[in-house]
Design a protein. Structure first.
Length: 84
């Protein structure tokens, strides 16, 4: 169980969906909290990817120009992992 502080908020949800969730015994706060947690994680991931896009592009360009530095030991499908 989480010991994080909680805060009340107001949500506007589809009435029929809310009624069905209650009839099914779903904990609306827990469901909303879990969905929000997933959405925040995905938004952080997308921000991180965007913030680091230049570094990824530079790394890809370097690999295109120089090859992968571990190409000699990286396994290809169906081959052994270490060649040396």
């Amino acid at each position: 169980m989480s010991s994080r502080a909680k805060r009340k908020t107001s949500l506007t949800l589809d009435a029929a969906l809310l009624d069905e969730a209650k009839d099914l015994g779903l904990n609306i706060s827990a469901v909303a909290g879990a969905a929000l947690q997933r959405s925040v994680a995905e938004a952080r991931k997308q921000r991180w990817l965007k913030d680091n896009a230049d570094a990824f592009a530079a790394q890809a360009a370097w690999h295109d120009a120089n090859g992968h530095p571990l190409a000699d030991i990286v396994a290809a499908p169906g081959k052994s992992t270490w060649t040396a």
